[in-house]
Design a protein around this ligand. Structure first.
Ligand code: SF4
Ligand code: SF4
Length: 431
């Protein structure tokens, strides 16, 4: 099992920790995604059971599911389930803002604790898991491995839908199952329209959504812009209004994350001449996109510039130097929370904001290409060879003993047709 929220952290590592709090992240703050809010209704029993198991495993006194006030169906179902079981699991109701699901933001809003700069929730004795992960924990406890992924297909497709898809299903097959694209030229984002990246590959355990957008859509052009272009714009188009900083959720949480200063320095000089204390701010960025996609009046993209800086720093093994543990949250933090609908309108995806109902039956596909690495850590090594027959749920790859990672399992029954360097291709048995 790996985190289902997108990061892909192996779940057994978090479950083995000791913590005072466990939080299930059901905020689902990206526009268009409809996964977690429907999973919390359909799998309420497994979610509450998983929270109890997790709380017991880490020794937590508090077990809280964080979800938005507007998910009334999920709230009612979960309350009924909690009462039926006599469970100590609680609900924390959040506003409809972005990025409510950012771990630092969520931890503060639910517990009042502040994750330190450069830190993780465990630093304040909190374990956070996506609701899908917690449901998978309840299943894993009954010996059921992760073979499918629930995701939303939205944007320029004929029938927006949320369904359970075999891990490794080809993106083109999944889009076809949603009626196919409605435009001739398009790009597909793996994840939400804000933080998702381009894909033409396959579904992994981390895929929360597939969003189809026209090739000339604002978000596609923003994400495809060469980074050199962004750096040049930092020099000639940034007026130092500091709106990017004023709306940055990490800055508002009290961290020294000031994108306007990074943009000033990047615009003025070579990146390797930037003072280390400002370079290190890149480590504090969660890549939420607020600064570039929402705040900046001239649509410069501090988020992309910072991502570029961070990549360089990691390659050069520059350590993070900003590690304050105590700091106040910004006094206007709550007043600067961004309504999701306003963000969706700003990036021009409000027109795709339709229902994407959860289909009861999982998607059936004739082929899957299961990635060997769907997690933080080292890739799996195949446990099967070409020509082998596999059953659904059979382990087909695992990480070396003691290494960070998680095994992978066959998501359809069939024949292993080919072992690639990065994946295992299985063709389904004929019906
Ligand atoms: S992407 Fe921008 S707004 Fe988000 S944390 Fe990074 S600097 Fe702040
Ligand atoms: S919001 Fe845009 S123009 Fe203003 S300081 Fe930030 S990057 Fe510069």
């Amino acid at each position: 099992m790996v985190g289902a929220g997108g990061a892909g952290f192996p779940s057994h590592v978090k479950a083995a920790a000791k913590a005072k709090w466990v939080i299930a992240n059901g905020a689902e703050c990206e526009p268009l995604l409809r996964v977690d809010q429907q999973l919390m209704i359909v799998h309420a029993a497994e979610l509450v059971e998983g929270m109890e198991l997790l709380a017991e495993s880490v020794g937590a006194g508090k077990a809280v599911i964080g979800l938005k006030k507007k998910y009334q169906g999920a709230i009612d179902t979960l309350k009924t389930e909690i009462a039926r079981r006599g469970s100590r699991v609680e609900l924390a109701l959040l506003g409809g803002y972005y990025p409510a699901g950012d771990e630092h933001v969520l931890v503060y809003d639910v517990t009042g604790l502040q994750v330190p700069e450069g830190g993780i929730p465990m630093d304040v004795s909190v374990v956070v898991n996506n609701v899908g992960t917690v449901i998978n924990i309840a299943r894993a406890n009954r010996g059921i491995p992760v073979t499918h992924r629930v995701l939303t297909v939205a944007g320029e497709v004929k029938r927006p839908v949320t369904f359970s898809v075999p891990v490794g299903a080809l993106v083109e097959d999944v889009i076809a199952a949603a009626g196919g694209p409605t435009v001739a030229e398009y790009e597909i984002l793996d994840g939400g329209p804000i933080m998702g990246g381009f894909t033409t590959g396959q579904v992994s355990k981390k895929t929360t959504g597939l969003i189809v957008l026209p090739s000339d859509h604002k978000q596609v052009l923003y994400k495809k812009r060469p980074i050199e272009h962004d750096i040049k714009r930092a020099a000639w188009a940034c007026d130092q209004c500091r709106t990017c900083t004023d709306y940055c959720p990490r800055y508002l949480n009290g961290h020294r994350m000031e994108p306007h200063i990074i943009m000033r320095l990047v615009g003025q000089q070579r990146a390797d001449a930037i003072p280390p204390e400002h370079l290190a701010e890149a480590y504090l960025c969660c890549q939420c996109g607020v600064c570039g996609m929402y705040a900046c009046p001239t649509t410069i993209s501090p988020d992309r510039v910072i991502a570029g800086l961070l990549k360089t720093m990691k390659e050069k093994q520059v350590p993070p130097t900003l590690l304050r543990k105590e700091f106040p949250v910004h006094p206007v933090r709550d007043g600067r929370k961004i309504p999701v609908s306003r963000f969706a309108a700003r990036i021009d995806v409000l027109r795709y904001d339709h229902d994407a109902p959860l289909r009861k039956e999982p998607l059936e596909v004739s082929r899957v290409k299961i990635p060997l690495q769907q997690h933080v850590g080292v890739p799996c090594r195949p446990l099967v060879k070409s020509g082998d027959r596999v059953a659904v749920g059979e382990m087909i790859g695992d990480v070396p003993e003691g290494a960070l990672g998680a095994p992978i399992h066959a998501s359809i029954a069939g024949k292993v047709e080919q072992i690639f360097e990065d994946s295992i291709f299985i063709r389904a048995d004929p019906k």
